[in-house]
Design a protein around this ligand. Structure first.
Ligand code: SF4
Ligand code: SF4
Ligand code: SF4
Ligand code: FES
Length: 588
């Protein structure tokens, strides 16, 4: 890579050619305040003017996030003019801001407050009329409060890259500009799939998940039997809420914390992930054998299900009818577990800790009830669990490692753990499909072709003469490519895994914020590598498990023997399967 000679505050440096001043300065050990710039160019439009510096050859101050370095450029970050201009930019933003910091859930991770501190900005320097604002909390998952929006556009870019079609945009003009779905609609009357990707990049509290912590407090007061389950991706990221390095697995401490939060039972959603594989692999082989609708597509990701119902209503027969793992868990908790323990299912309150905001919406679906009782009662994100632990005065990093409750719904295998990363459901299903067709375990266990972060991955498996072609897509932009092929009759696949969020659940919209300004102990490339690090935490847990195939989960075998009969039985269908319906995003 060619090098460029630059000077910062008179000190000479050599940096890679083509960097912006912001990137070059970071490489040389300086931190220029910035807001709208994010993730190496995602939405670096130079709109917020928080990153102004002086540079030779430029007329006046330049936005360092978009201005490239050139040979011999001399940069000043600390000149009085640059310092004053950055402070004025932030003060302008604050002057049109609601400044309800104490009540704002973003407080601890607010980048606007961070740059206000870094620039010495004061809130009341400019007074005047505020832009008219909108508060949209009509969905169960995502809340939009434009009184806290700084119009940086990160959410618009992220929604476009993750969702593909892009739900958010700038509405109105000039002083009245706000960020909203088209025609200023509320999220519930838009094609929003509730994935929360916009929430994970918003620098302020303008986009947040809808908190359900109060529901847990309420259930405790009512004396409910509280069962909590945690999804695999949560343990790969929860430590980040407590300053631990990205990719640190914290399963044991998470269990210890959940116990200290007063849950009667602490279980792992992985039990139900194994159950999902039993049902889904059986469904797939049944469709292949009996000429059913192919390719069959996974149904674990509620962001994807929303997208399918809104945008691809003609393809819903391709979806597996399996409920997602946490919904299966809730359904089993309120039937098998309730009957075995003699508890009225109405007295059981199931909380899911999820990396996902869309699961908050999923649990409200009419089709996800068993005997008219919702399978899951509350969903909190990894971030909300972090808040709950801090609120309760628990010193997370000092907790001992504890085990999940082992009775009845406690066993899980390595196959279940990798559900949290793109390709994981596919790999887990192939391990069991191979066994179902051959009666033998596959030698490799690992199916490398479906690992990694390519937008679309594919593989072919010859199982005793039955060839199974599979594909994996994550993020709706890539999923739509596979769906268009199915619609055109060109798809060669038998089985497709689709996850709503790019990277899968490890990078779900409810996971801890990955913002370099709050991660001083991480490597500089963390925004490029955090998904790999979280994924590695899950793959290593799979590797450590002695049992790595869902069909070898002893408690799952017992559940079928004593309660469900066999996979895809009538009873299994009643409790563990669901249905879908095409929706008009602008009405339903
Ligand atoms: S977004 Fe930040 S600055 Fe605005 S109210 Fe929330 S914490 Fe305060
Ligand atoms: S929740 Fe997802 S689909 Fe909805 S606006 Fe945000 S990024 Fe777009
Ligand atoms: S909602 Fe958040 S991410 Fe979107 S423009 Fe406003 S401040 Fe930026
Ligand atoms: S960070 Fe450079 S203009 Fe916003």
């Amino acid at each position: 890579m060619a090098k460029t000679n630059i000077k910062i505050e008179g000190v000479p440096y050599q940096v890679e050619e083509g960097l912006t001043i912001l990137e070059a300065a970071k490489a040389c050990g300086y931190e220029i305040p910035s807001l709208c710039a994010f993730n190496h160019g995602e939405c670096s439009k130079g709109s917020c003017r928080v990153c102004l510096v002086e540079a030779t050859g430029a007329r006046g101050l330049v936005a360092s996030c978009v201005y490239p370095v050139n040979e011999g450029i001399e940069i000043s970050i600390s000149s009085p003019a640059a310092v004053a201009a950055r402070r004025a930019s932030v003060e302008l933003l604050l002057s049109n801001h609601s400044m309800m910091c104490q009540q704002c859930d973003k407080n601890e991770y607010c980048e606007l407050l961070h740059v206000a501190r870094a620039t010495g900005a004061r809130e009341n320097m400019f007074r005047g009329t505020h832009t008219p604002t909108t508060y949209d909390d009509l969905t169960p998952a995502v809340v939009r409060d434009t009184s806290k929006c700084i119009l940086c556009g990160r959410c618009v870019e992220r929604c476009k890259s993750a969702h593909g079609k892009g739900v958010l945009g700038f509405e109105n003009r000039g002083f009245n500009t706000i960020v909203a779905p088209a025609e200023n609609r509320s999220f519930d009357k838009s094609p929003c799939i509730l994935c929360g990707q916009c929430v994970s990049v918003c620098p302020t509290g303008a986009l947040m998940e809808k908190s359900e912590i109060d529901k847990i407090d309420q259930a405790k007061k009512q004396g409910k039997h509280l069962i909590v389950q945690a999804a695999p991706a949560v343990r790969s990221a929860l430590g980040e809420e407590f300053g631990m390095k990205i990719g640190t697995p914290v399963t044991g401490k998470m269990v210890a914390a959940l116990r200290r939060l007063g849950f009667n039972k602490v279980y792992d959603t992985n039990f139900a992930a194994d159950l999902t594989i039993m049902e889904e692999a059986t469904e797939l082989l049944g469709r292949i054998k009996n000429g059913g609708k192919l390719p069959m597509i996974t149904s674990c990701s509620p962001g994807w299900i929303n997208y399918a119902e809104i945008n691809n209503g003609d393809l819903l027969e391709h979806l597996s009818t399996c409920k997602s793992p946490h919904e299966m868990f809730g359904a089993i908790a309120k039937t098998y577990y309730a009957e075995t323990n003699g508890i009225d299912p109405k007295d059981i309150f199931v909380v899911s800790v999820m990396p996902c905001t869309a699961k908050k919406g999923e649990k409200e679906r009419e089709q996800l009830k068993t005997n008219d009782i919702p399978d899951v009662d509350a969903v909190i994100t990894t971030r909300e669990l972090g808040k709950l632990i801090k609120r309760s005065g628990i010193n997370f990093t000092k907790l001992p490692d504890e085990e999940f409750d082992q009775d009845l719904l406690g066993d899980y295998t390595g196959a279940a753990v990798i559900f949290g990363v793109t390709g994981g459901v596919m790999e887990a299903a192939l391990r069991t499909a191979y066994y179902s067709l051959t009666g033998k375990e596959h030698d490799l266990v690992k199916f490398e072709q479906v690992r990694g972060f390519d937008g679309i991955k594919e593989a072919s498996l010859d199982i005793d003469g039955t060839v199974i072609n599979v594909a994996v897509a994550h993020g709706m932009k890539y999923a739509q490519v596979l769906l268009d092929d199915i619609r055109a009759g060109k798809s060669k696949y038998h089985f497709i895994e689709i996850m709503g969020c790019p990277g899968g659940c490890i990078a779900g919209g409810g996971q801890p914020y990955v913002k370099s300004c709050f991660l001083p102990n991480e490597d500089d490339d963390i925004l490029d590598t955090y998904k790999e690090k979280r994924a590695a935490a899950l793959y290593s847990e799979d590797q450590r498990q002695t049992v790595r195939q869902s069909h070898n989960n002893a408690q799952i075998q017992k559940l079928y023997k004593e309660y469900l009969g066999e996979p895809n039985s009538h009873k299994a269908h009643e409790i563990l399967h669901t249905s879908y319906k095409a929706r008009d995003a602008f009405r339903d």
